[in-house]
Design a protein around this ligand. Structure first.
Ligand code: FE2
Ligand code: FE2
Length: 504
């Protein structure tokens, strides 16, 4: 056992006894701290880290039993072993000692070998106890951390760096719990360009700070075997990390002990725990890294499925407009206009994202309308117009009733309804028209006016704005939901930007 790190508090009112204890302990490498009475002993315990107390019983003012009771009665210090050292040998006194909570009893005059053996035994027990209670604390904190992560996990919004930030804030030592946790955490992440970024975390005045730095360290992380966690109590002696330790020194970062997870994608180095580290510390880091990597992979898979869904929606929308005279990017642009208005109307994010995509399906029903009608240069006959109007109900039918496409289906059915009740197919009026269709109606009109059609030229932004807001006889402001119209007025410059960018 490496005794150098243990600090033993010797409490006795007689200097001779204190000197004797010191003479026994110091040569063994223990640090002996002396207290002349109970009050002083308690002050030292509150101030310094004490590993064991050798406590004289017969002292003036406060006797050893009372000091012991005080220590054992405190939640924070009851884990410190107390050995009562006394000339009292009666059974009654021993019972008093046990009742006061002492861990052991040594009679004066004591044998040097015996006292050292008892100290060694109690320190070992304390170490196991400490490990157990730290493991217990860790389990509780990891459990609530995990619960919180699952509750807030959004696969489409997963950000590795901010997830690493929260993992680091979970393991790194704050002021109060310094000895148990690492003082510094260094993270290495593979970036999108194939290089590695380094981050240096510390807790400074109650805030987790993270700084980018470039220690110019390279590990051979290409081998599969390194994708695992390991720990080192004497880092200076590790040949593999020699240059790592040296390079950190150049940044004023001393590395004494370390738990690390090394892999090509991500490496985490938890440095300088205030005590010996063990496989339990390694397991904590391992589980947090595994957790993070699992969520990242889950998020990537879900994003991939979402991308495929988006791709399919646009493919369907493009197929439907193949025979129409819309330009290719019309379906993209109207989605963005809708999102702009929806955002302005303070619709929930989920609605904004959904309308952005599903608005592209508004004319999907035109797949059933003959190209001769779609591309007819002149005025429609009544019969042709009746067929044309059917693209709304056909569209809703094609999209179907899957709940995820409810907004798309509703837009397809209702995007030609007008606020004043003059639209089709159901002549809905005002609030009877679903909000997504009211938004779409303006978006579609804006884009139609900007493009040349067989029956009209392309208008510039200013003219289009004027027609929508003031009317031209054919398109009138009272066709639109007043709130959506207001939102359009407030965001019109964005419409122009989107059109210019995606005119295609
Ligand atoms: Fe339409
Ligand atoms: Fe359209």
């Amino acid at each position: 056992m490496n005794t150098a790190k243990y600090r033993i508090l010797c409490v006795d009112d007689e200097s001779r006894n204190l000197a004797l204890l010191e003479a026994i302990l110091m040569p063994m490498g223990y640090e002996a701290v002396a207290a002349r009475n109970g009050k002083q002993a308690l002050e030292i315990i509150r101030r310094d880290k004490i590993d064991i107390v050798l406590l004289d019983v017969m002292m003036p003012l406060m006797n050893g039993f009372d000091v012991c009771k005080e220590i054992k009665g405190s939640e924070q210090y009851r884990g410190i072993p107390v050995i009562l050292v006394t000339a009292l040998t009666s059974t009654e006194d021993r019972i008093k000692g046990i009742e006061a909570g002492s861990d052991d009893f040594i009679s004066k005059p004591y044998d040097k070998g015996e006292i050292l053996a008892r100290i060694k035994m109690l320190l070992k027990a304390k170490e196991l106890n400490d490990r157990l209670s730290s493991a217990y604390k860790n389990i509780i904190s990891l459990t609530s951390f995990g619960e919180n992560i699952i509750k807030t996990f959004n696969p489409l919004d997963f950000n590795l760096i901010s997830k690493i930030d929260s993992v680091v804030s979970q393991i790194i030592g704050r002021k109060g719990d310094a000895p148990d946790k690492p003082q510094t955490v260094i993270v290495n992440i593979l970036n999108e360009k194939g290089g590695h970024d380094w981050y240096y975390y510390q807790f400074i005045s109650n805030n987790l700070t993270s700084d980018r730095f470039n220690p110019n360290i390279s590990f051979d992380l290409s081998k599969e075997e390194y994708s695992r966690v390991s720990f080192y109590n004497n880092l200076e002696g590790e040949i593999r990390f020699k240059s790592f330790v040296e390079k950190l020194k150049a940044f004023n970062i001393m590395a004494k002990n370390m738990v690390c997870y090394l892999s090509y994608n991500i490496s985490i180095f938890a440095l300088n725990y205030g005590r010996d580290i063990n496989e339990h510390d390694a397991a904590v880091l391992d589980s947090l890294v595994m957790h993070t990597l699992f969520l990242r992979s889950l998020s990537l898979q879900i994003k991939e499925v979402e991308d495929a869904l988006t791709y399919t929606v646009y493919a369907l929308a493009r197929a439907a407009e193949a025979n129409d005279d819309d330009t290719g990017n019309h379906i993209l642009r109207v989605g963005i206009y809708c999102a702009v208005i929806a955002e302005r109307l303070k619709m929930p994010k989920n609605f904004v994202d959904t309308i952005r995509l599903q608005a592209s399906l508004h004319d999907v029903g035109k797949i059933h309308v003959h190209p001769n009608i779609l591309k007819k240069p002149g005025k429609f006959t009544d019969e042709e117009f009746a067929i044309m109007k059917m693209h709304t109900t056909w569209g809703a039918k094609i999209i179907g009733d899957h709940p995820r496409f409810a907004i798309g289906a509703s837009i397809a059915l209702n995007h030609h309804e007008r606020w004043d009740g003059g639209g089709y197919p159901n002549r809905l009026k005002g609030g009877q028209i679903p909000v997504e269709a009211r938004i779409m109606n303006i978006a579609d009109q804006y884009d139609a006016l900007r493009n040349a059609r067989v029956y009209k030229p392309a208008y510039n932004h200013e003219t289009t704005y004027k027609i929508i807001t003031e009317g031209d006889g054919r398109t009138m402001p009272h066709h639109f939901d007043p709130q959506a119209l207001q939102a359009f007025k407030e965001t019109a410059s964005k419409f122009e930007e989107v059109y210019e960018k995606l005119k295609g």
